[in-house]
Design a protein around this ligand. Structure first.
Ligand SMILES: [Zn+2]
Length: 281
């Protein structure tokens, strides 16, 4: 069972199994869980520094919205083409065996749902849905994507959109882009995701808290815990003296607060945990 991970990580995995055995586990995931599905982690080690668009910029500027939608459309297409990996599947298996209570995720890619997880709290929303900021009508992202491609056929042609080295869309390639609007009222659309500088909806965070509250351990996978909501959930677990296991390649903001820290890839490690954790009586 030590194949593929180093000696230190293998020892940490054993310690984690001891800490978690017999307990129902809440799982919190970040971008690192999806990198093996080909979705880049912009906060991970070596990633370029990004200045994400704020919600104020989005709401107040037509050119910001054009740039946002071009980038978001391309991002959504790569999400739609990605498949769940061994890490997503291990989490779904833990839930199916009643060892995990569910998963709280910072990811908007929908891969936990597609891997078969049933209880999924999407803290930062989901790319699957788009809503109207004026009348509240909700749309399926696939329908919006079809409208974008019908209105802007050039967008489907490779090399027509110029990207900066950090993956952001250059403004020059968004001239003339037709931004989709609400087909009911003509209002401004917004993907159902939490923007930079925007708060997680209170009811969404409460749902995540409930999931941790109904659990006897917390596993945090693929998050460097830069986002405060992750730290807050970790503190909820620590206050109840629950074991906390962190799985991440590289340091996180809370390594010293974990019962066990496993420095390793989430796909391999979650699979090892799912194989080794005994069924509860
Ligand atoms: Zn509307």
């Amino acid at each position: 069972m030590t194949t593929g991970i180093g000696q230190n990580a293998a020892e940490a995995v054993s310690a984690a199994i001891d800490a978690l055995a017999g307990r129902r586990i809440a799982i919190l995931t970040g971008a690192g869980v999806s990198t093996d599905s080909g979705i880049p982690d912009y906060r991970g080690n070596g990633a370029p520094v990004r200045t994400p668009m704020t919600v104020e910029q989005y709401l107040s500027s037509e050119s910001a919205r054009r740039r946002y939608w071009v980038g978001s459309h391309l991002g959504w297409k790569s999400f739609a083409a990605a498949s769940p990996n061994d890490g997503h599947r291990a989490i779904a298996r833990l839930e199916a065996r009643d060892l995990a209570t569910g998963v709280v995720t910072q990811n908007v890619d929908g891969l936990h749902v597609r891997a078969g997880s049933r209880r999924v709290v999407e803290l930062h929303g989901t790319m699957r849905r788009v809503f109207c900021t004026h009348c509240g009508q909700v749309f399926d992202r696939r329908d919006i994507a079809r409208r974008i491609e019908a209105d802007n056929p050039w967008i489907a042609i490779p090399d027509n959109v110029q990207l900066a080295p950090d993956g952001d869309v250059l403004p020059s390639s968004t001239d003339g882009f037709i931004v989709p609007e609400c087909s009911v009222c003509g209002g401004m659309l917004k993907p159902d995701v939490v923007f930079f500088g925007e708060f997680i909806p209170a009811e969404k965070f409460r749902e995540a808290e409930q999931l941790v509250k109904g659990s006897e351990a917390l596993v945090i996978a693929g998050s460097s815990l830069v986002v405060n909501s992750g730290i807050r959930l970790l503190e909820r677990a620590r206050r109840r003296r629950l074991p906390v296991v962190i799985v991440n390649r590289g340091a996180t903001r809370a390594d010293t607060r974990a019962t066990v820290k496993i420095d390793g890839g989430t796909s391999e490690v979650l699979q090892l945990l799912a194989e080794a954790l005994p069924t509860r009586d």
